[in-house]
Design a protein around this ligand. Sequence first.
Ligand SMILES: [Zn+2]
Length: 323
Amino acid sequence: MHTPHGKVLAFDFGGTKLAAAIIDKASGEVLHYAKRQTPKNLGSQGSLDIICALGDEFLQKNGAEEIQAIGISFGGPISRDGQWIITSQHVKGWDYFPLPQVLSEHFGLPVFMENDANAAALGEWFYGAGEKCENLFYFQVSTGIGAGIILNGKLYRGMGMAGEFGHLTVEEDGMQCACGKLGCLESYSAGWSIASHAKALYNQLPSGSALRQLTQNQAEMVTTELVFEAYRQGDAQMQTLVRSAMHSLARALADVVCILDPDRVVIGGGISKSKDIMQAEMMPGLEKLIPGFLRGHFDLRFSVLDGKETLYGAALLSEGGFR
Ligand SMILES: [Zn+2]
């Protein structure tokens, strides 16, 4: 495996946050870093203005001549050739937008783009918990559920949309997903769905329940973090809800393990910070649902890059050997 070299300006266009960094690819050192809220009501132009200002500032601080390329992680589907955004479910104005071309004209550098789950998989594989293993399945559970696959040391893209883990069916004829299909994993186990299931149950919760106390009897205060906290405090209804969400995740992951037989599985995203809950409620289900001959085949780890995995992956996109 070759060693990447040079410095890259990396950008992360997310639905809730924007981030920029200069990363030294050889050492994995983050030389400059900033994160901002995505200005949702200003459409794609609002995000572009913030990213261009951060990029200009970093190039001035670092010296533009040392920067080799730009890498973009985008939170939404992109075209197979990496030149176009298809859409964003969070911010208006991105449909069929040639983001790499626009940034290349602004900064005068070559630009490479990948969707956020693929970028995160690449970053985590090379610089984080993946430890450059041969075959990796990376999945992230945050507001949505996404995944990226590394096969034989390269990002596997399929026809451009491989790794749509959140849309595996876990409940036939189940809930309607934003994708239009019924019973997707994302409708049961993603951050927003755990919180929305808890809100739907709220009126039936006993007055002394932990969730009611943590949210001061106001259903609109429910967040996934508070549902998890109620689980930890022994709230019986929230334990049932969380157990069911984690079981759906285990069921989908078991299917992936049967197909890929990866040497490592890495879990990232906001929900992976609640390791205690994932270990207690997802692992037993997973053990039960994979065939005996696959048990113990793979290592399961949690992301170690603390939300910067997309930027690390974006930085690696300019290295032709990994994609
Ligand atoms: Zn779906």
